[in-house]
Every structure is written in C-alpha cells, then in structure tokens.
Design a protein around this ligand. Structure first.
Ligand code: 0GY
Length: 302
C-alpha cells in the first residue's frame, strides 16, 4: 500500500554529522522509532499523521554512525497497536534493541509472552491529544496490571499542563513509570516555577518514576544551532534537562527520537543532537549513568 506523508512533514536528516562528543562504550539510544516501511508494515487507519518511511536498517545504520551500542524502539502512534514493524526490528537486532509497545486490553497472555521473548520491556500510554484519541483509564490500568508481572514498565507521554489532571492515575501505576521528554515542559516558563516544580515533585515523591531528558528540538523555542550557533543550540531546554539529570541521576534516559515525527520547522542533525548531551549531563559520571548504566539496567536487566 502506498502512503502519502502528511503535508509539511519534514523527512529525517540524511547524512548526519559525526558527533564530536564521544559516547561512552555501551551507550543506548533509549527513544527512537521505526516507521514502516509502509509497503511492508502499513500505518494504522486511526493514525493522526502519516510519516515518511524509516526502516530498521536505517535506524541501525544511524546507531553505528553516531556511536551508540543499542536502541530502545518505542511504538509510535502512526502504527497504532500494530507492533509488527517494531517486533521485526527487535528480532533483527542481535539482542541490540529492546522495545516499548502499544497494546489494547484485548491482547492475550500468549501475545505478551511472545513480545517479551522478542525483547519488549514496556507499554506506552499516550495522552498527547494531537496524537491519539482518549483511551479510558480503566483500560490502561488493566493493561498495567497485566504487564507488571512480566517486569515491564509503563512509558507515559503527556503535556505539562495535563499533569495535575493525570497525577492520580500516574501515581497509582504499579510499575516503573518512564516519562517521555520530561513531560513536555513549557521552556519559556521558569525552571523553578510552579509548572516544572510539579514535575520535579512527581519524580521526587515517587521513586518508581524515571524521565527521558530527550527532545530539545521539540521543546525549544530559542531553536537549533543554525539560529544560535552550536554552543547555544536549544539553550532554553538546558536548565530543565540539567536539573532533572542532576537531581535524579539514576532515573534518567536519553534518546535521539529519530526519525523525529511531526517536526515541521526544522529537522535536527542527529550528530549535533548527540553533541547536546554534555550540556545537560556535564560530567563523565553523569553521562555514563544517563547513556549506559540506567538504560542497561532497565532494558537489559543488568
Ligand atoms: C515522539 C514524539 C511525538 C510523536 C510520537 O508516537 C508518536 O507519534 O511519540 C510527537 O509528535 O511529539 O516521542 O516521537
């Protein structure tokens, strides 16, 4: 089946630069996606956007080019609850990829076991309204109870303004909970203001909550290196991400977010995104926790 990508959609950046920051050995890109290819793994009928193709081979080539050792592939909403492209990538990865899937309550225990054997370690609950239709919380809670015995965790994606309303649900989840992109803070607000403080409190008061400190390109208002010079790339995101890394060094993850769905004003060079890491994890110790120790513990059980 031929798919036409959403108008205005930017393709991922071909030929990314070689990062100057040398990733520590064993680094994990803990948030990335595969899209299709649509001909082989069709996009879901209920999707809110149609991406360009981004195959497992292309993802693994990027991994090697940037100097990562492994990937955590996260189910994107354009594939709905059809995880075939993701599972196929895991099975081709030589144990170098783990996955986070989207499932419905109709999933059976056999299917969960098969996904586990392929390398799935979590489910994703998405609350970003432009990406998904509402799923009842009792359905999500039922799924969380089903995956908890497998040792899986729940990845949650939401906007900062929605945290108060979602708080009771999130804090009732029985598993490790991993927040995508720091809960999407509004980085024009102060890092020590009430909105981000609520997010820090969420992490402080709940030792099972982790955060990805990823996606400066999505959160930034000041913009990319091209506008600011390399030293100032995404500078408005730095205080937020650094605060989370320094306060919760054992519960943070980092990922490229390749192939960067839904970006319409600029597409990051993934090499330069890697060069952003030392601005938010400023010592070799913090970098090793963020890139190696934490994701390896969570996804490879070491
Ligand atoms: C991300 C961010 C986005 C998209 C998705 O599943 C998705 O479609 O997560 C977004 O548009 O902010 O993490 O990839």
């Amino acid at each position: 089946m031929k798919f036409e990508k959403t108008p205005g959609w930017l393709d991922w950046y071909a030929g990314p630069s070689k990062p100057r920051f040398k990733l520590p050995p064993g680094s994990v890109d803990a948030h990335c996606h595969v899209f299709g290819p649509g001909e082989q793994f069709p996009f879901a009928p209920e999707r809110k956007y149609t991406p360009c193709d981004a195959s497992k081979e292309q993802l693994f080539a990027l991994r090697d080019h940037l100097g990562f050792d492994k990937n955590v592939i996260v189910q994107a909403t354009c594939h709905g609850a059809d995880n075939r492209a993701l599972i196929d990538a895991l099975k081709s990865s030589n144990d170098k990829a783990r996955g986070v899937v989207t499932v419905k309550r109709s999933v059976n225990d056999n299917e969960l076991q098969e996904m586990n054997a392929a390398g799935v370690r979590g489910v994703r609950f998405n609350f970003v309204k432009r990406l998904v239709d509402f799923t009842p919380k009792d359905e999500l809670m039922e799924i969380a109870a089903r995956i908890a015995p497998l040792g899986w965790h729940v990845v949650i994606y939401f906007e900062a303004v929605d945290l108060p309303e979602l708080w009771d649900f999130f804090t009732a989840l029985p598993t490790t909970v991993v927040v995508d992109h720091m809960g999407r803070p509004d980085v024009t607000k102060p890092v020590d203001g009430p909105e981000f403080e609520l997010f820090l409190k969420f992490m402080r008061e709940h030792a099972n909550v982790w955060s990805k400190v990823s996606c400066p390109e999505r959160l930034s208002v000041s913009g990319p290196p091209a506008l600011n010079g390399e030293q100032n790339a995404y500078r408005d995101v730095v205080p937020f991400a650094r605060k989370v890394v320094e306060t919760f060094p054992d519960r943070v993850l980092w990922g490229t977010d390749w192939p960067h769905p839904n970006l319409k004003n600029h597409m990051p060079d993934d090499g330069l995104l890697v060069d952003f890491i030392p601005h938010i994890a400023t010592t070799p110790e913090l970098q090793k926790k963020l890139l190696v120790d934490n994701p390896t513990r969570l996804y490879w059980g070491a």
